[in-house]
Design a protein around this ligand. Structure first.
Ligand code: TYD
Ligand code: MG
Length: 479
């Protein structure tokens, strides 16, 4: 009865299908289903299996465990391993937990090897045993990078190996405190399919996890992501690991952010900001200062007082509105959710008299940063309104306006969390005029509005109007 079942697993999303199809039903990608073999049916029955008699009542008597009140369980009070990269430690929830499993995802060239190399260098310098396993680069290439990162990086032991078994054996012999596997997609077992296939990734991860848990090794698995930002292949891995970190940003831009999308040992809302320089990644401990300094103050630009986890950050949101002949005008969003942009544009059209039906609209968060919070709505709306009217959102003395707030479908401005901290951050960087939603506590230096229409009127009415480059009529301005 033990029959090996053939299954087909998508290499992009891990979706499992019983039959082969050209297109994955899970993610819609083409030609991604790979044949995998499920274990014989007799082993996978589970507790409620159809086995009948053998698993009937009383079959497991004598095997019962003894539940313990959580109060009486010894608390694992282990000190965390500090990477001494402040932004990384914060996102991890205060450093690496010994014996934990971290998945670090990011597109090629974003700086994953650099970041992990730097973390290992710091850990080695503070006395931890480290190991860097590279399946992608030769030891000489790893050395070249380490040379750029400084002396401490050169003391990290490295192993260039893409075979799973030697890596596991090395872990058993070396017993490091922290080990980086760069990358999980390049590891493959002696038997089995090609490196990077779902079954290989699963096998490699399972084998590594087993030794790591056994020997209390903190493992950082580096993984590549697909073009839409998912970890290529091993979505299965996300369940296995304790912490999933995403390293984001655009390769050509200087700023990179790291955030946790899953963290068993800390919050998932924290964001670390880095800048890639010669000599490695440097932390941007005070991103607001950079972004405000770089804000253009031109029509279409506004400063958003956003919350990135527990920290307020000021970022510049830019919009461009350009007349178009296209039947389906373009909507492009960089750094904000596209659907959120559509919603804001619809609200602007319907409730603020800003018609955008014959205009392309581009919205960008400057510096390659991504904002993922509803509080960004007002900034997007103001930036688009300002671009469309060609009027800058500045105070009479030429300083940018700051703003935050969520837009409701009826054109109302809604409260978002931490208004006080957002306003304080704006004031700290010299932005004395902040527009925000009404209804919360009264804050000095904040003008509150309950509708998008009145917020736009206030925001655009403060500075001097620029000579119109694109006339409002040309864009089909409603009254
Ligand atoms: P890398 O860490 O190799 O990216 P990943 O492992 O995610 O593919 O490096 C990313 C880029 O950073 C690479 O193009 C070179 C550049 N870089 C610097 O600008 N300065 C540096 O000090 C280092 C080490 C790399
Ligand atoms: Mg790399």
């Amino acid at each position: 009865m033990a029959r090996v079942k053939t299954r087909y697993t998508c290499s992009e999303c891990g979706h499992v299908a019983g039959t082969w199809t050209g297109r994955c039903a899970g993610c819609g990608e083409w030609n991604t289903l790979e044949e995998t073999r499920a274990p014989p049916a007799s082993r996978s029955g589970g507790l409620r299996g159809s086995g009948g008699g053998a698993r009937g009542a009383g079959a497991y008597s004598g095997l019962a465990g003894k539940p313990v009140p959580l109060r009486d369980v010894a608390s694992p009070d282990v000190p965390r391993l500090q990477t001494r990269i402040g932004e990384l430690d914060r996102v991890l929830g205060g450093g690496l937990v010994p014996g934990s499993l971290v998945l670090l995802g990011g597109s090629p060239g974003i700086g994953k090897s650099t970041l992990t190399g730097m973390a290992l260098a710091n850990l080695a310098a503070s006395g931890a045993r480290t190991l860097y396993v590279s399946g992608e680069e030769s030891a000489a290439q790893v050395r070249l990078r380490a040379e750029r990162l400084g002396d401490a990086a050169l003391s990290v032991p490295a192993l260039a190996e893409s075979q799973l078994e030697p890596v596991v054996a090395t872990l058993e012999v070396e017993r490091p405190d922290v080990c980086v596997i760069d990358s999980i997609q390049t590891l493959h077992g002696a038997e089995g399919g090609a490196a990077g296939s779902v079954s290989q990734i699963r096998e490699a991860a399972a084998a590594l996890t087993e030794v790591a848990k056994w020997l209390d090794i903190a493992l950082i698995l580096v993984g590549h992501v697909t073009k839409d930002g998912n970890l290529a292949g091993p979505r299965v891995l996300e369940h296995l690991v304790d912490c999933v970190l995403r390293f984001e940003g655009e390769r050509e831009r200087t700023y990179r952010t790291i955030r946790a999308s899953k963290n068993r040992f800390g919050a998932t809302s924290e964001v670390g900001v880095f800048e890639m320089r010669e000599g490695g990644l440097t932390e941007v401990a005070d991103p607001s200062a950079r972004f405000v300094e770089e804000a253009t103050r031109a029509p279409g630009s506004v400063v958003l007082a956003s919350m990135e986890g527990s920290r307020p950050v000021l970022v510049e949101v830019q919009a461009l509105v350009a007349p178009t002949e296209l039947d389906n005008p373009r909507r492009m969003a960089n750094g904000i959710d596209r659907n959120r942009l559509s919603l804001v544009l619809a609200v602007l059209t319907r409730h603020a008299g800003i018609a955008l039906g014959s205009a392309d609209v581009f919205v960008n968060v400057a510096g390659g940063v991504r904002v993922d919070e509803p509080g960004a709505d007002l900034a997007v709306a103001l930036a688009v309104a300002s671009a469309q009217r060609n009027q800058a959102l500045v105070t009479p003395d030429g300083r940018p306006l700051a703003c935050f707030g969520e837009l409701g479908l009826t054109g109302e401005l809604r409260l978002v969390g931490h208004a006080d901290r957002r306003v304080a951050e704006a004031h700290k960087f010299g932005l004395r005029s902040v527009l925000g939603p009404a209804g919360g506590e009264k804050l000095a230096g904040m003008s509150t509005h309950s509708s998008i229409r009145s917020a736009i009127k206030d925001g655009l009415g403060r500075g001097r109007a620029e000579p119109a480059a694109t006339s409002a009529e040309a864009l089909g301005e409603a009254a």
